[in-house]
Design a protein. Structure first.
Length: 527
């Protein structure tokens, strides 16, 4: 047996020597304990606070701050969960009890949430929402409807003024938000009502205005969907097409809330009711303009509105480096790091034992790898919406579950590959020494497969660093907060301020894995 010792250093003189598998994971235990305590403490604190949520576009960020500051003025602790994604995500969070109230629109409630477009009045909506444990109240005073818009010069050249005019231009390039394309009151219903032949492409709302291009230049798209209170409509001189067939309903801004909110937070609810009729369309457009065009912070805009300030003060110039190394950098880094470490750690804890068990059984190996492969194809926002409903919360827990699911495939696939690459002769030698199946696995197979397993963990970690940005859509923090807000505002500097730290974190992990590989190879040579 002496001839096999150099190839299998675990067998020293025929006596099995314990070989730790993935020892670095042990160092994460104290960090894991602290992180979980913070999660639990945050959840407990949230139960005593009014949790205000909102969607991921400029107006929602502003309104969330208006609601939060109003409730705080009544002495109620408030937790803000802005930028939670589209209607499906925010409504799922409300239904699950992860948030208590958020600004919504009557047309969206009827068409998308209740699927009953015939409902028009607040009383009708209240009656339909009550069995769901939800209520609607406090009309804020403005209508923010959907519409399609073109650049004025392009619309004039085509002779387009109404939505029905689009029928004459089947090759017109439409760049529509993904939510609008999927909504019943969006593109599907619009195309049926007007008989429109175009095939729109999906485009984030925050980037759509740039895609139209400038006068005299060829844009990437000809028409986009807009909100009628968007700040850039007048600034860019767009032509809003008349809805001559009356397809779009009214989208009056209201508060959608859980029915127990007035009892749990009576002072805050009384203060929020005073907001009824306090914002007209012109004022909402002006507040959106301050955020998107002047770069004023949402908190400042809300505070000025509530104080009755009419002067739209411009924001002080802030350089890119000041935004990159802003006061939120440490918090976002710890959140992002925690999401990556614990999701990959969970994938290793689940995936390595499962793959080790399945590796010798071709049928089960194929089923497990196929199932984890299917998980990779599930869209992130769809998975998050399902997890919010299943787990009854938003934030860190569903984000970790989703990230763990996405990290399983490289971990399990590499574990199976590494174990398959162990020479059969070494396994037979261990068997000849009288080692049990568990001892052979622990002292021969797993140590020899370890480099391949770690390569899978390395891949999973790189994937997790990038994918963790989706956590911001459900209030779990991380660098995605900057990226999501930057998309909403079409703020390239803020986008970069979130993307660059994520890239730096990915490079840091790559460096750590490379250092481990060098140390491991030197240890093998020394032995």
């Amino acid at each position: 047996m002496a001839s096999i010792r150099p190839a299998c250093p675990a067998l020293r003189g025929g006596v099995p020597a314990p070989v730790p598998v993935l020892p670095a994971l042990c160092s994460f235990r104290p960090l894991a304990a602290c992180f979980l305590l913070l999660v639990l403490a945050g959840g407990a604190w949230a139960q005593d606070s009014l949790r205000v949520g909102g969607k991921r576009f400029t107006e929602a960020y502003v309104l969330v701050e208006v609601l939060a500051q109003t409730a705080r003025s009544a002495g109620t602790p408030v937790q803000v969960r802005a930028g939670l994604g589209n209607t499906a995500i925010v409504h799922a969070a409300l239904a699950a009890g992860s948030i208590d109230v958020y600004p919504e629109y009557t047309g969206t409630i009827a068409q998308e949430i209740l699927k009953r477009p015939e409902l028009k009045t607040l009383d009708e909506l209240r009656a339909a929402l009550a069995p769901l444990g939800l209520g609607v109240a406090v009309p804020l005073g403005f209508n923010n409807g959907y519409a399609l818009a073109l650049r004025e010069d392009r619309a004039a050249a085509l002779g387009v003024a109404k939505l029905s005019d689009l029928v004459r231009h089947p090759t017109l390039r439409l760049g529509l938000s993904n939510e609008f394309i999927g909504r019943a009151d969006g593109w599907p219903g619009l195309a049926r009502r007007y008989g429109l032949p175009q095939r729109p492409q999906g485009l984030d709302h925050g980037l759509a205005y740039d895609a139209l291009g400038r006068p005299g230049q060829a844009g990437q798209v000809d028409a986009i969907d807009i909100y009628t209170t968007d700040a850039k409509i007048s600034r860019l001189g767009l032509r809003v097409l008349q809805d001559d067939a009356g397809h779009f309903p009214r989208y009056d801004a209201v508060l959608l809330y859980r029915l127990d909110v007035p009892q749990r937070f009576p002072a805050a609810w009384s203060a929020l009711q005073a907001l009824a009729g306090s914002i007209d369309e012109a004022e909402m457009i002006a507040m959106n303009a301050r955020a998107e065009l002047d770069g004023v912070a949402f908190e400042t805009i809300a505070r000025d509105h509530l104080a009755g300030s009419a002067a739209p003060a411009t924001a002080p110039a802030t350089g890119f480096w000041a935004r990159l190394f802003g006061p939120d950098l440490l918090r976002l880094t710890l959140q992002h790091l925690g999401l990556v470490v614990f999701s990959v750690g969970a994938a290793v804890a689940v995936g390595v034992p499962l793959a080790t068990w399945a590796a010798p059984h071709a049928r089960w190996r194929g089923l497990l790898l196929g199932a984890t492969g299917v998980l990779q194809t599930v869209p992130a926002l769809a998975l998050l919406a399902v997890l919010i409903s299943a787990l009854g919360r938003i934030g860190t827990v569903p984000a970790l579950v989703a990230l763990t699911a996405y990290a399983l495939l490289p971990v399990m696939r590499n574990t199976c590959t590494g174990l398959a690459g162990v020479p059969a002769g070494l396994v037979m030698a261990g068997q000849a020494l009288g080692l049990t199946a568990w001892q052979r696995l622990r002292h021969i197979e797993l140590p020899l497969a370890l480099p391949v397993i770690v390569a899978g963990v390395r891949t999973a970690t790189s994937i997790a660093v990038g994918t963790a940005t989706i956590a911001a859509f459900i209030g779990a923090g991380g660098y995605g907060e900057r990226i999501v807000t930057g998309l909403a505002l079409n703020d390239r500097e803020l986008l970069l301020a979130g993307a660059l730290p994520a890239a730096a974190l990915a490079l840091l992990f790559e460096g750590l894995f490379a250092a481990w590989a060098r140390w491991s190879s030197r240890g093998q040579v020394a032995r």
